[in-house]
Write a protein that binds this ligand. Structure first.
Ligand code: ATP
Ligand code: MG
Length: 355
């Protein structure tokens, strides 16, 4: 099995190094190869996604990605921004399913802005479709308003659309993810107002016939937003379109209050995937040795679960993370009084030791 390791910029290299250490002690015959991406790709060969890096990612069974972006690319007039690397990878690898767990370990319940009893032990998974919806539908643009009270003025417009196959494939990803968890799936739509999402609801209902072991329910997105904040633990897996997923997954992430703890996956049709922490390159703390590597280590666990078919090893890593938290070890971002503050490397080493 081949894993492409793309550390990227900012804290990327520091945190990915910890995840690689963890993968190395599993005793699996993984072949890992590293390549530059983002600003590092730009420095190495003039493009945020160098051809050799893309080829490595295409040839691999899975990609472990750190983060891209740095302040220096915000100020310099660069023709290609580091962030284009991730969009290029998604497109070229055909990644359409974004899996974002929101987990709040009981030890970190105080990190949330919500009351501990509402969020402690939270463990939900949001499955967001990445290729369709109002983000990419044509036509779009600014035109002359054709009718109504604003006729003749300029108007901005977009097209919301989902192809049947596009809904089917994300529904399969979601049902299969639910099968690996608590076997409950909530499909979030706006079927009462939008044709696209009435269609979405019909197709998801049809795909459900292939997964009789999973309980399916449907919820309007406004209600889902409310329930996420009111009683988030009632959800197991949520599947939704690109825009609703964008918004709900960020909201769910913030329920945990620990951005340094959250992994994510982007999958193609054959369960090949790209795995990365939900957070960014954090240039403000890069090179200081204080970044939390657990989101990246947990991303490696997701990689084992969803792309490399190593459920046991994935569980082992997740248990090791729970163990170091129980031991009281904390990086600065999750530190509170009475716990032990550790740096990036120490945290990585502690997970290795727990394994
Ligand atoms: P992006 O646009 O790439 O998502 P962003 O501007 O949203 O980036 P992040 O890079 O995720 O932001 O950082 C947001 C804040 O969280 C920063 O203050 C950063 O230091 C902190 N942060 C992010 N990741 C970690 C981490 N792994 N450990 C500790 N702090 C982190
Ligand atoms: Mg961000």
């Amino acid at each position: 099995m081949k894993i492409a390791i793309l550390p990227g910029d900012g804290i990327g290299p520091e945190i990915v190094a910890q995840a690689v250490k963890v993968l190395n002690v599993l005793g699996e015959p993984f072949e890992m190869e590293t390549a530059p991406v983002g600003g590092a790709g730009y420095e190495a060969s003039g493009h945020p996604l160098p051809d050799a890096t893309l080829k490595l990612a295409q040839d691999a069974d899975a990609v472990l990605f750190g983060a891209v972006g740095d302040w220096k690319y915000d100020t310099l007039d660069r023709p290609l921004r580091p962030e284009q690397a991730i969009l290029g990878l998604r497109k070229n690898l055909g990644l359409f399913g974004n899996l974002r767990p929101a987990i709040l370990y009981p030890e970190l319940a105080n990190a949330s802005t919500l009351k501990p009893e509402i969020v402690s032990g939270l463990d939900i998974l949001i499955v967001r479709e990445l290729t369709g919806d109002i983000y990419f539908g044509q036509p779009r643009g600014v035109r002359e308003c054709p009718d109504g009270p604003f006729k003749g003025q300029r108007e901005g417009f977009d097209t919301m659309r989902y192809a049947e196959g596009e809904i089917r494939r994300i529904a399969h990803v979601a049902f299969q993810a639910a099968q690996k968890r608590d076997k409950r799936l909530t499909s979030v739509d706006k079927a009462n107002v939008l044709e696209t999402f009435q269609f979405w609801k019909d197709i998801v209902t049809d795909v459900h016939k292939e997964y009789p072991d999973v309980a399916l329910d449907h919820m309007y997105v406004d209600n889902a937003a409310m329930q996420l904040v009111r009683a988030p633990k009632k959800f197991d897996v949520i599947v939704t379109g690109n825009m609703f997923g964008d918004i709900l997954s960020d909201a769910a992430a913030m329920l945990t209050g620990s951005i340094g703890m959250l992994p994510s996956a982007s999958l193609d049709a054959n369960n090949k995937g790209l795995y990365e922490p939900s957070h960014g390159s954090a240039p403000d703390i890069a090179g200081k040795g204080i970044a939390n590597p657990l989101a990246t280590i947990l991303s490696a666990a997701m990689m084992l679960r969803y792309s490399l078919n190593r459920q046991e090893q994935a569980n082992r890593i997740e248990d090791a993370v729970k163990k170091v938290l129980a031991q009281g070890l904390r990086t600065a971002d999750i530190y509170e009084e009475g716990t032990t503050k550790v740096g990036t490397e120490e945290m990585g080493n502690a997970v290795v030791k727990a394994l």
